[in-house]
Design a protein around this ligand. Sequence first.
Ligand code: LRH
Ligand code: MN
Ligand code: MN
Length: 406
Amino acid sequence: MSDQIYQIFEQQQKERGVDVEEVKLRIKQLNIETPSWGYGDSGTRFKVFQQEGVPRDPFEKIEDAAQVHKYTGNSPGVAIHIPWDKVDNYEELKQHAKEHEVHLGAVNPNLFQHDDYKFGSVTNADPAIRRKATEHLLECVDIARTVESKNLSLWFADGTNYPGQGDLRKRKHWMEECLREMYLAMDEDMRMLIEYKFFEPAFYHTELADWGMAYNMAQKLGPKAEVLVDTGHHPQGTNIEHIVAYLLDEQRLGGFHFNSRKYADDDLIAAAHNPYELFLIFYQIVQAQKDRSHGIRNNAENIAYMLDQCHNLEPKIPAMIRSITNVQTLYAKALLINLEEVNEAQEKNDILCAEHAVRKAFEFDVTPLLRVMREESGLPVDPMQAYLNSGYGEKILSRGKGGASW
Ligand code: LRH
Ligand code: MN
Ligand code: MN
């Protein structure tokens, strides 16, 4: 029965001019890093609820991340956050990841939790604090070198709460100075991914408040600096896929932090609230990838996909599996868009036909496709169920409560 459903799907797509083999191949090649911090305890400013079985150290976080990859096949990388994942020996951490068939991914410096950074890190008026912050950035370049990661992912909580609290232009210059020092310390094949966020924890002004500021910083630093789009970091109603298209065209789209949000930086399971948004983001990427094969310049081939989520109440490993399968689903749907059909409608200014050509790809059920793709890759057809049946979730309960938290 399920074979027949797939055959009907395959035939249907063939008639629309979509090569299903190519779609499966592209999904198999997806690589979405999961965040080490998403396996630890987290919460809101009102409460961190401790869950049982949460990893007690970075080694156990990697073991949990390896489970997500084991069942989904698309998350071989684990992003780390320093000092949350500080260890004495990073070589050992790298080895540990390898033993669990994953690798360490983007290295995220953390300049937002030490008391010294209360009034800013790389934008602090005190040069000694700026020095300390820069040293941490340099330390993270060294860590990336040791763990053989090519991506340094930067987010700054720096900002102010009141008008007059800081000199906005001086702070801008200080940030650039510190980032340039880091940039110059990076290897040729490393990338600096600059993340922006419009508010929080600072409420009046945030140094890198939007993609334009991050882009400008990246441009000033040089070609190894690119912009990181965290889907939760925009004001309501922002057209994120437009930002994505713009950055792709400027060859400065570095990567993504996928998560879902309703009101602010909610950090919920990717595509849980607005799956259409992620679909439209992938539409821009898929189109840019096709354009590249026709000689149109953009940087759609080297995008660092990452999840950035905190599962405050729900069990963390299944939440991560759900996120990866949601991303697989929406990428698959975007790959079903017949771009020629869209293009023809655009040329005739046929708005309804163009919109329909995009939307109808979203409306297909891609579960038969994902099932076959998983079978071909030797993966369980239902990753979530396979994980839940595995007993891993019960086994880790012996870790008890009070594991790592951010
Ligand atoms: C900031 C952010 C950034 C941090 C992570 C923990 O809100 O998105 O990426 O490193 O959360
Ligand atoms: Mn983020
Ligand atoms: Mn965030």
